[in-house]
Write a protein that binds this ligand. Sequence first.
Ligand code: LLP
Length: 436
Amino acid sequence: MVRKDFFMHDFSYVGKSFYCENVNLEKIAKRFGTPTYVYSYKTLTEHYLKLDSAFNYINHTICYSIKSNSNIAICKLLAGQGCGADVVSGGELYRAIKAGIKPDKIVYAGVGKTEDEIKFALLSNILLFNSESQAELELINKVAGELNKRAKIGLRINPDVDAKTHAYITTGKKENKFGIPLGEAFEIYKKADRYKNLEFRGIHIHIGSQITSVQPYVEAVKKAVDFINKLKSNEIKIDYINIGGGLGIIYDKESPAKADEFADSLKPFLKGLNCSLILEPGRFITGNAGVLLTKVLLVKKSIEKKFIIVDAAMNDLARPSLYDAYHNILPLVKSDEDKSSEIVDIVGPVCESGDFFAKNRRFPFVESNNILAILSAGAYGFSMSSNYNSRPRAAEVLAKNGRCYLIRKRETYRDLIRNEKIPAILAKLGRKNGKK
Ligand code: LLP
């Protein structure tokens, strides 16, 4: 069942049972129920440290991309390692600060920030606003003026590079909504004095996500470095080069660049540039640090197919439905061998045909109440989950060296309607109906 090049090192079978950091995952499923996300403390830490040490050759800050997994305990764990944050909303900024991430290590991206969000970030004294339009620069300039503050800007440029990943997560091509074309960016820098309350300090790129080769990075970083050098020769000094996130991981048969290879390939461009480096990894840190545990509800056979229906669904993990993404799936109790394996679809209970985790996949024999682990679910799993079909969102658990800690309670039915209100006019209507 488990491949030789298994990539989730802190998740493995011991005998017939599947463990995370010496915690039997069946026990977690029994104790906390399913569906439940389980994360490895050790993997999270090691992935962060791997990237951190790979870039030892340059002054750098790793700003963890909170959107990949925004649980406050995970943010806190990374903050404890010295990590900064890449945030994309006021909510993420709030989380980052609550988790103890230092504001001077927080960068704030996104194509549209509200006035309130800009105010919040200015009052929090964040490191940089990654901004990507003249309209937004005007707005940040105005809000900063009102607060009597100066906003530090990292201008996001669009290097027009194909990251060779899924179209929905490609962000650095000229037809994408992200970044400012180089020509326009240069004009902004030349006229930077117009913005009295802005300090233009950095250049930002982020070309996409789940990028497995270093080549698009090299191409994009080279363009960013050439741009910085052009600014320099026009007496414009840049302090930060932010190369975004996007480092790919193994879900199936990918062989993504390792942290060292990635860092080494960029060294010739970054060394000697005289800029601090910012990185914004999300998936690289969290992706293979988490699994989603789900219980088999029943097995349904039709003439064409065999469906394994589980209690997790697209509202818990949207990646297969949204991107046709592959996630390896394993039963928590290893079956005797693949003899009894069959071709199945593994699907959730949501009323959509797009609600699947695996299609036409060879899978060992399982039956009702068996627990499965959907692997590589640490990034863009819980953080993209919803209450669709009025399903309470899953619990989250952190495993560390033989112990486990609940880091998010499972939602209840009461949570589902907590913020909803029935206006008086409808309450009256209800009584009328009741009388009939
Ligand atoms: N920085 C910026 C500006 C970003 O937009 C993103 C991700 C990151 C950093 C982190 O990228 P990472 O290192 O995690 O690849 N939901 C999709 C991924 C969307 C990525 C959005 N931006 C998925 O499940 O594949």
